[in-house]
Write a protein that binds this ligand. Structure first.
Ligand code: ARG
Length: 458
């Protein structure tokens, strides 16, 4: 059997053209969605009397057989048949005879492929939401164990104020929570049904789009057939949410790389998540977080790629749109792989509480608290800031930290200092008094963790 569209042609397609224009090497990933869309379409065709009911039944049976073959990897997809839609249609006709040719009544590959993409992204988006929740769950596990573990909190990667390690981890929990919200929201638009739009202008057959929407579980039907076949906004949206997720993963990965360095040693990644060097036997490299950070680039590329494909396209379908697929698949697979690794890597990492504690004892991250102390004794904050600046400079010159200075030394700088200054400077105290909502005190962090558990339905 030759091309499904061969009637108008007098020559064979050039082999290079055939290969260049074919999408079967990658759109075979849409086989299940394509069959699901066809099953719904043919059901509707039968119900509406557009094709005889018994033909619809034959087609359905044939499609189900093909579905089993696809599930068992028994289908050999052919480049000559260009894409997944024509590969399956041809297979159907081979299986059940010319009646299979009735499947394509009242539809076009243009509304068909758009529907496949919507179905595919709906499944993947739902799966990704679960994977994000796994990562959030692993952050909660570590957070719960580290409410009272203190680390320096940084701004400009300079030690700023001590924070609970749980607080630091929970910051990522909320980033992923917003990502989840974005994905959930995007499902509204993924759930618009293109099928029934024909090639671009609708169809002459008395189809029932509501019925197809109902069978396939779509909430809305595209009200404009030209928009339906050329819209790829829902993919752009997915690629941009995917890029944001990877940005969050990349930032967390960067922290893990820093924290597991010899210089920091705040955490140790489990051996099963690290690799060695072929030449330096002492090395244990954080390859996984590095690659997670690195893979972020391709997801940005996929987003920019599709934005660029779309920007100059006139309505309606253009073959350029075939370029929407590989980037989308790649971002889906990158996200799946990344989230699946991230969750267990976080859960199995060892937190070096003592080393974190030592870092806290050897820094000036409690300096703000002496300033606040003097403010409570009546000094204007600006003046207090000046006094503490001098104390810090003095301490650095003496090679001491704030808790090492004697009471007499404090008195030299201000007569407002009293013996209770040492309690105020203790890191536990510094953290505990940051008790405003969303702050780092153990009380607030616990509240936050409970709020987080609520979000995961725990
Ligand atoms: N393989 C095509 C794609 O992915 C399917 C739609 C083709 N439609 C057409 N009129 N050539 O976009």
């Amino acid at each position: 059997m030759s091309k499904l569209w061969g009637g108008r042609f007098t020559k064979e397609t050039n082999k290079l053209v055939e290969e260049f224009t074919a999408s079967i090497s990658f759109d075979q990933k849409l086989a299940k969605e394509d069959i699901a869309g066809s099953l719904a379409h043919v059901q509707m065709l039968g119900e509406c009397g557009i094709i005889p009911a018994e033909d619809a039944e034959k087609i359905k049976a044939g499609l189900l057989e093909i579905k089993t073959m696809v599930d068992n990897n028994e289908v050999e997809f052919l480049v000559e048949d260009e894409d997944i839609h024509m590969n399956i249609e041809k297979l159907l006709i081979e299986k059940i005879g010319p009646v299979g040719g009735k499947l394509h009544t009242g539809r076009s590959r243009n509304d068909q492929v758009a529907t496949d993409m919507h179905l595919y992204l709906r499944t993947k988006t739902t799966e990704l939401i679960k994977l994000l929740e796994d990562v959030q769950g692993s952050l909660l596990v570590q957070a719960k164990e580290n409410i009272n573990t203190l680390i320096p909190g940084y701004t400009h990667l300079q030690r700023a104020q001590p924070v609970s390690f749980a607080h630091h981890l929970m910051a990522y929990f909320w980033m992923f929570e917003r990502d989840k919200e974005r994905l959930i929201d995007s499902l509204k638009r993924v759930n618009w049904l293109p099928l029934g739009s024909g090639a671009l202008a609708g169809t002459t057959f008395p189809i029932n789009r509501e019925r197809v929407a109902e069978i396939l579980g779509f909430e809305t039907i595209y009200p404009n057939s030209m928009d339906a076949v050329s819209d790829r906004d829902f993919i752009l949206e997915f690629l941009s949410i995917g890029s944001i997720i990877m940005t969050h993963i990349s930032r967390l990965s960067e922290e893990l790389v820093i924290w597991s360095s010899q210089e920091f040693q705040f955490v140790e990644l489990d051996d099963s998540f690290c690799t060695g060097s072929s030449i330096m036997p002492q090395k244990k490299n954080p390859d996984v977080p590095e690659l997670l950070r690195g893979k972020t680039g391709r997801t940005y590329g996929n987003l920019i790629g599709l934005l660029t494909v779309l920007k100059g396209l006139p309505l309606a379908y253009n073959k350029d749109l075939q370029e929407d697929k590989e980037g989308m698949f790649d971002t889906v697979e990158t996200l799946e792989g990344s989230l699946m690794l991230l969750a267990p890597m976080i859960e199995t990492m060892t937190v070096n509480k003592e080393i974190m504690r030592k870092a806290i004892n050897n820094d000036f991250s409690n300096a703000t608290d002496i300033a606040d102390y003097l403010v409570r004794k009546g000094l204007p904050f600006r003046d207090a800031h000046e006094v503490i600046g001098k104390i810090v400079l003095y301490a650095i010159q003496q090679q001491k930290f704030l808790l090492d200075l004697s009471f007499e030394e404090y008195q030299e700088f201000s007569s407002l200092f009293e013996e209770d200054i040492y309690e105020v400077l203790a890191p536990e105290h510094v953290v505990a008094v940051r008790n405003s909502f969303g702050g780092t005190s153990p009380e607030q962090v616990l509240k936050q963790i409970q709020l987080g558990e609520g979000k995961l339905g725990k």
